[in-house]
Design a binder for this molecule. Structure first.
Ligand code: GLC
Length: 536
């Protein structure tokens, strides 16, 4: 059993999508100084830490997930001195800082990839990536039939006729993790940032890195693109990747042994089952891995119960912690997702998103909140084609409009765009246009209105840190009518959610401690969640 509390086992971390958080320079793009200015706001909200989306030098073909230099700051976002100030300010406030590390691929402008392009087939420079000869009479067909996640073939051809593998865009060549230089280089990168004081890393595409050694054809080459998930069993989730997580975990432990501060590795792990997921969070591997099944579940009591039960059994049951998430920078926001076909976040979708938030914060384990979630921001669904920047849009022949709508810059104050997002002149334009209705969601209004999403999240976080029943532990399901879920977290703490459209009797008597909407004694209204402290 664990001998002491590990902060990360039930931490609540706030995802900062840097380019859309707060702009301190007036160029319409959020930056690190903006994040520093926003720290008091996050402290007030009550989160344990922040995860910063990539801010490294990058041509921004995939908003920084195409890294050209892993050990610096892109001038768009600031510089290393500003980074150090941010880490120091966060430390003073007791907010942990996680960086987003991208080990599956880099940018085609990374110096090692440029060197590979200039080097001959078979060279050591090419061995760091997946270069291969093509098929067909003149090698004019790709080495295998794999498709990239964002559409199109997973291979691009270079001048001398060889091809290189990219599971995302052609501007994101995949590293070859069978090359020891790649392993060593990432050790160096981790140390660079750990030496600068970070508390850990969110690991991009953490079930990636290794591919089947022979790169054979897939039986279903379009599966990844079709499902928008990494399901090609030859390209993802190879057993060797676990060696990397063991290596990174021991590197973190080395730092902990020096100063007593526990570092955190959280993986973006998309694998077919909760059992396989659990392998990534074994005691000597990642501390956490996002459990995306909750995010993927439709608004339905049975669906939620199934994913929660599976996670508790197959992940928490192994002694690990479950890491819950409802929103991130790649997905349609909950308010819209649960409210379809509503668009502007009022009504049903908002009520359900509030209920889901209380549910998530009551579950055993850790949770992540994506910026704007605490404001109840809806997805911006009507962005014109010419402002869309997500490479998925381009690579699917303008069919898939997926990831821009959740990345629109945050509204902070005022009645009109830029809503305090940019410190520049009134004319300064946020990099994605903010709709007029964002005025309703601005942080100044949210803070002033005790019925806002912000207050719900803040109150939930406060209770979570003051009530020992919440955070890590177990849950027991209570008997409930169809369409309603209720569970006890021990010592009288009960959380219930009514997924239905009619009120239902409250599962316990008394007045709730906290509820996602008006909740008279004895009743749990439709699309509402509540927490009670009873003498059950
Ligand atoms: C992850 C990121 C996503 C990015 C992709 C490629 O899924 O969350 O934003 O585009 O990896 O790096």
């Amino acid at each position: 059993m664990l001998s002491k509390h590990h902060w990360w086992r039930d931490a609540v971390i706030y995802q900062v999508y840097v380019r859309s958080f707060l702009d301190s320079t007036g160029d319409g793009i959020g930056d690190l100084a903006g994040v520093r200015a926003g720290l008091p706001y996050l402290k007030k909200l009550g989160v344990d830490g922040i995860w910063l989306s990539p801010f490294y030098p990058s041509p921004q073909h995939d908003h920084g997930y195409d890294v050209a230099d892993y050990c610096d700051v892109d001038p768009l976002f600031g510089d290393l001195a500003e980074f150090d100030l941010l880490v120091a300010a966060a430390r003073r406030l007791g907010i942990k800082v996680l960086l987003d590390i991208v080990p599956n691929h880099c940018s085609s402008e990374h110096p090692w990839f440029r060197e590979a392009l200039e080097s001959a087939p078979g060279s050591t420079a090419r061995a760091r990536f997946h270069f291969a000869d093509g098929r067909g009479p003149d090698g004019g067909e790709p080495p295998n039939n794999w498709h990239a996640m964002f559409g199109g073939p997973a291979w691009s051809r270079v001048g001398d006729g060889q091809w290189y593998l990219h599971m995302f865009t052609p501007e994101q060549p995949d590293w070859n993790w069978r090359d020891p230089e790649v392993t060593a280089e990432f050790d160096r990168v981790l140390r660079f940032w750990l030496d600068r004081g970070v508390d850990g890393f969110r690991i991009d595409v953490a079930a990636g890195l290794y591919k089947h050694p022979e790169l054979p054809d897939s039986d279903d080459p379009e599966a990844d693109a079709r499902t928008r998930d990494s399901v090609n069993p030859l390209a993802w989730n190879q057993p060797e990747v676990h060696e990397v997580w063991r290596r990174w975990r021991s590197l973190c432990e080395e730092y902990t042994a020096r100063d007593g501060r526990e570092r955190l590795l959280v993986g973006e792990v998309s694998v077919p089952t909760a059992r396989e997921h659990a392998l990534y969070v074994r005691p000597d591997e990642l501390h956490q891995a996002f459990f995306f099944d909750l995010l993927g579940a439709p608004w339905d009591a049975d669906a939620f119960r199934k994913v929660i039960s599976e996670a508790m059994q197959d992940i928490a049951g192994t002694g690990s912690t479950v890491t819950w998430v409802l929103n991130n920078h790649d997905q349609v926001r909950t308010v819209t997702r649960y409210g379809e076909p509503a668009t502007e976040g009022s009504g049903l979708g908002a009520a359900r998103a509030r209920a889901a938030a209380l549910l998530m914060l009551a579950l055993p384990g850790a949770a992540y909140i994506y910026q704007g979630e605490e404001l109840g921001l809806p997805e911006v669904v009507d962005l014109p084609d010419d402002v869309l920047t997500d490479p998925i849009f381009r690579r699917t022949g303008s069919r898939a409009r997926i990831r821009d709508g959740c990345r629109v810059p945050l509204p902070w104050s005022g009645q009109a765009s830029p809503f305090g997002f940019t410190s520049g002149a009134e004319s300064a334009k946020p990099w994605l246009p903010q709709p007029e209705y964002f005025a309703e969601y601005a942080t100044d209004r949210a803070l002033a209105d005790t019925r806002s999403f912000w207050h719900l999240y803040r109150d939930g976080l406060q209770l979570r840190s003051s009530l020992p029943q919440l955070g890590e532990g177990t849950l027991q399901w209570l008997d409930t009518p169809p369409g309603v879920l209720a569970f006890s977290r021990g010592d009288g703490l009960v959380c219930a959610v009514n997924f239905g459209t009619a009120p239902t009797p409250a599962p316990v008597s008394g007045t709730p401690l906290l509820s996602s909407g008006p909740c008279p004694a004895g009743v749990l209204p439709a699309a509402t969640a509540a927490w009670w402290l009873s003498d059950l």
